[in-house]
Design a protein around this ligand. Structure first.
Ligand code: GDP
Ligand code: GDP
Length: 453
């Protein structure tokens, strides 16, 4: 019989802390070459390593989870787009605009060795309009002699410049202290009594997001908009779906027709990323009339990676004939074999066909995302499973699962206490069986393992 000691309980408490669903978003804005990605890497490098197992997931390059002094947040790099010379102003400005709408705080990075350029001044004009906290980062201050150059940036009128060297790590701790303190303490908690569910409607351009949003919101929009102060941001919108109100995240970004500039897709993907992180559930739109694309797969991975509930919506089904249907099913089987647990609704935003099936799928996914399995039930299940399928013997040893508990919900996170490291295949096997036995349709689940020496 296995009993938890204090260390184990402390570890569990850590996991429960991870339960905070919506993390604040810190965006990094600045011209090319000022050192944004170096800064991102520097901040990520400070992050405490967590042992986690989320199979089939590739990290995106836009948002990163970060941690400083006990505060978790999302770091959003707005500088990923390759700038052509003529488009620099526009693209930096677009990054700043996305940050102003979607982030909770903004780091504006300037190269102190160059000083403020005309582009910096333009971005500054934009940033002065925002009510969100802006932290002025004077980068490339590699030694004390650079402090003077940094001080010259007081002129920008953004307050104190924080001199750092992203490359050498100088001043990063002080910067993070200030930046993290600027993040809002209280994000709207999803488990507030009666709080509306937050939904991100995501998918690549032209897949039908705005058509579906219009279909769902339809005539109700005028009415629900009168509920004052209920959305977190003017970019969000309350939408009634079959009698229940939901907060749809960043509908402004969906409704706004993206200007056909170079890099427009990149800014759409920044918004997608931020919306996913602020949502509880992502409706991922796919186009039934064309095979899955890399972009579709990236978005799906991002949702899973962020630990959000998911419903796949295959739109434009009115265009899908025998041939397309066959091709589409094939590409689903091939590319989404790791997502068989995600529900899929085929519909047509254009005709409205089957859009009445959405609500139920959303409820199922969110319900499972919230669900907790009692510890006794979980251990009975694992006891039987392990008795039937023990872990293979490795080097004369056989790791045993001593005890398990569900440490968190939203999404469900399980902690296994074991007597040795588990093979990745064996973890996946356990995940599969957990899903089969407890019906976790529509939600990612996490399994972490703590080895008792
Ligand atoms: P981004 O385009 O803003 O993402 O800039 P990068 O992070 O790619 O950095 C551009 C260049 O500046 C690279 O050559 C970096 O090595 C260099 N760099 C970044 N931070 C520093 C720094 O603190 N000091 C110095 N001397 N160079 C830096
Ligand atoms: P968004 O870029 O994802 O917001 O996509 P839109 O909603 O703007 O739709 C892009 C195009 O696809 C428009 O021409 C729509 O009329 C069309 N479209 C959207 N949904 C459907 C659908 O279910 N069936 C068909 N045939 N066309 C659709």
């Amino acid at each position: 019989e296995y009993e938890l000691n204090e260390d184990d309980l402390a570890a569990l408490a850590d996991d429960v802390v991870e339960q905070r669903e919506a993390l604040p978003i810190m965006a990094i804005v600045g011209r090319p070459n000022v050192g944004k990605s170096t800064l991102v890497n520097r901040i990520i490098g400070k992050r405490l390593a967590v042992v986690e197992d989320t199979p089939g997931v590739t990290r995106d390059r836009v948002t990163y989870t970060a941690e400083w002094a006990g505060t978790d947040f999302i770091l959003m790099d707005t500088g990923g787009w390759e700038h052509n010379v003529t488009g620099i102003d526009l693209s930096v400005a677009q990054g700043a605009e996305v940050a102003m709408e979607m982030a909770d705080a903004i780091m504006f990075v300037v190269d102190a060795t160059v000083g403020a350029t005309a582009t910096d001044e333009k971005v500054m004009k934009l940033l002065r309009r925002t009510k969100k906290p802006v932290i002025l980062v004077a980068n490339k201050v590699d030694g004390p002699q650079g402090e003077l150059e940094a001080a010259a940036l007081w002129n920008l009128g953004l307050g104190e410049p924080y001199p750092v060297s992203a490359l050498h790590g100088r001043g990063i701790g002080d910067l993070l202290d200030v930046a993290v303190a600027a993040l809002p303490k209280e994000l709207p908690l999803v488990d507030d009594e009666g709080a509306m569910r937050r939904v991100a409607l995501v998918g690549r351009p032209n897949v039908g997001k705005s058509s579906l949003l219009n279909r769902l919101a339809g005539s109700q929009r005028a009415v629900v908009n009168e509920i004052a102060g209920t959305t977190r941001d003017p970019v969000d919108e309350i939408v009634e779906v079959d009698g229940e109100l939901y907060t749809f995240i960043d509908t402004a970004g969906i409704r706004r027709r993206v200007h056909l500039t170079k890099g427009a897709d990149y800014y759409a993907s920044l918004r997608t990323s931020a919306a996913i992180h602020r949502a509880e559930l992502a409706l991922v739109l796919l186009d039934g009339a064309t095979p899955l694309s890399d972009q579709d797969l990236r978005i799906l991975s991002e949702v899973v990676d962020a630990g959000r509930a998911i419903v796949m919506v295959v739109n434009k089904w009115d265009l899908v004939g025998e041939d397309e249907r066959f091709l589409f099913e094939r590409s689903i089987e091939k590319d989404l074999s790791h997502l068989t647990w995600a529900p899929r609704i085929n519909l047509s935003a254009l005709t409205g066909w089957h859009s009445n099936r959405l609500k139920r799928a959303m409820d199922v996914s969110l319900g499972n995302w919230d669900r907790r399995i009692a510890t006794g039930k979980l251990n009975t299940f694992l006891g039987e499973l392990v008795a039937e399928h023990p872990h293979p013997v490795r080097g004369g040893k056989q790791p045993k699962i001593l005890f398990a508990t569900q440490a968190a919900t939203r999404p469900p996170k399980f902690v296994l206490f074991t007597s040795g490291f588990l093979d990745p295949q064996y973890r996946r096997f356990i995940e599969r069986r957990l899903r089969e036995s407890f019906e976790f349709t529509g939600t990612p689940i996490h399994i972490s393992v703590r080895v008792r020496e």
